[in-house]
Design a protein around this ligand. Structure first.
Ligand code: PHE
Length: 444
């Protein structure tokens, strides 16, 4: 039963804004910058771009095709095209969304706190100590709860009146903030060292498996792939929408913001000579190095800092919305609960789970690695196999609304062979290393 009562985006821009909102988030600014710093600059960026184009885009299209075609939430959509057993993959998506949101919201909580502090008190005297105080324990927990309540409030409003309404304002604002900050960074004396670091490739690194795995994981995380977020958002599209056109817009905006974030972070960090802090602590890089930089810029730094953390909050919020929507839509469709009740229960459980990450940074790091280096890759692998081998209607469904596409067959071929092989190869390397890393994070 294709259900007639299902909500739809009110405009095509509304969908793109929400999907870009999902894609652009902490991944673009926080994760992208610390990974680029840790994994060696432009060579990492190049690999990440290659993955986005050759693996990310085909999967993005695959998610959108399944979602719009079925007009159902992930579990039911997969069942619709593939039969009961494929519900398990939908279940994996929901679990992954649940896990990611639980720690994502803790980091987002830090950004809330930092923005508030900058507005009310200015930059903390010793950013390193400050970060270790506020990133764990009650401090972190309270802001995590605050952020979850915000997210739940928006998702409870529904697709058009909650998610779309926020996204169409938030996304343009975020874009303006990031452009402004990148332009500002260019005016700082000494910023050249930052550009040199960011844009000069050291390809020696690019051949290490660790760097390849991180680039692959980052391209999925950043595009919100492998856990049904894009599938769910596309399920609220009308059949007239042009999927390839929207997908390219989404991927371009996502890469654009990550690239711009690098153009802002690295010049600032190098101009103020705080690059040591970036390589020292990976997770906390932005939360230590940038405040230190802002501190040495005086009052102007405080203003820049506020804009920076506001941009992070906006990005994180629109991403968190999509993570929660995956879980909520599955509950609404699967158990016929009301949206408000689903939000309250799912959001409450996620908040509880996140409190573990709020009390232990190592656990947060471990959750991030499990989600990105295993679950998203596995979800994407299975979805690719699903659309490549099981969903016979895929090429027709992709062309619905877009008109005939000469490359529809090639796309399905990629999903049959190329994408699964690449992902298997990456998983083959990432599973053992992730298990080792997680073990040492959790058990010391
Ligand atoms: N893409 C988001 C970011 O870059 C994170 C995210 C991952 C959101 C998976 C939804 C699903 O921050």
């Amino acid at each position: 039963m294709a259900n007639a009562r299902r909500e739809q985006w009110s405009t095509s821009f509304g969908f793109v804004a929400a999907a870009v909102g999902s894609a652009v988030g902490l991944g673009n600014m926080w994760r992208f910058s610390y990974l680029t710093a840790e994994k060696g600059g432009a060579a990492f960026v190049a690999l990440y771009l290659v993955f986005t184009l050759l693996v990310g885009l085909p999967i993005l299209l695959a998610e959108m095709t399944v979602g719009r075609g079925a007009s159902r939430s992930p579990i039911l959509a997969l069942e619709h095209y593939g039969g009961r057993n494929w519900r398990l993959l939908g279940g994996l998506f929901v679990l992954t969304g649940f896990l990611i949101l639980s720690y994502y919201s803790v980091i987002a909580g830090w950004t809330l706190r930092y923005a508030g502090e900058l507005i009310w008190h200015g930059v903390p005297a010793n950013p390193g100590d400050h970060f270790s105080q506020v990133s764990q324990g009650w401090n972190a927990f309270l802001f995590h709860v605050g952020f979850m309540v915000l997210t739940m409030g928006i998702v409870a409003g529904g697709v058009t009146r909650g998610i779309e309404r926020v996204s169409v304002v938030a996304m343009p604002a975020l874009f303006i903030f990031v452009c402004g900050l990148a332009l500002y960074a260019a005016t700082l004396p000494g910023s050249e060292a930052g550009y040199a670091y960011y844009l000069n490739a050291n390809f020696a690194n690019a051949f290490s498996m660790d760097v390849v795995v991180s680039a692959a994981g980052q391209s999925f995380f950043s595009l919100s792939l492998g856990m049904g977020a894009m599938l769910t958002f596309a399920s609220y599209l009308s059949r007239q929408s042009d999927l390839p056109r929207e997908a390219i817009r989404i991927a371009a905006a996502d890469f654009g913001v990550a690239f711009l974030a690098g153009l802002m972070v690295f010049p600032i960090v190098f101009a103020l000579g705080v690059e040591g802090d970036v390589s020292e602590s990976t997770l906390g890089a932005l939360f230590v190095a940038l405040p230190e930089a802002f501190a040495s810029m005086g009052l102007g730094g405080r203003f820049v800092g506020i804009i920076f953390f506001l941009a992070l909050i906006v990005g994180a919020l629109t991403s968190a919305i999509s993570l929660l929507e995956v879980v909520v839509s599955a509950v609404v469709d699967g158990w016929a609960w009301s949206r408000v009740r689903s939000v309250a229960v799912a959001g409450g459980l996620i908040t509880l789970m996140g409190s573990l990450a709020a009390w232990d940074l190592n656990l947060l790091d471990a959750m991030d690695q499990i989600a990105n280096n295993i679950l998203l890759l596995l979800g994407a692998l299975l979805l690719s196999i699903f659309v490549g081998w099981v969903m016979k209607e895929a090429p027709e469904e992709l062309q619905e609304g877009a008109g005939p596409l000469s490359w529809a067959g090639a796309w399905r071929f990629l999903l049959r062979w190329w994408v699964p092989l690449v992902l298997l190869f990456v998983l083959f390397h990432s599973v053992p290393t992730t298990i080792v890393n997680v073990r040492s994070l959790v058990f010391g």
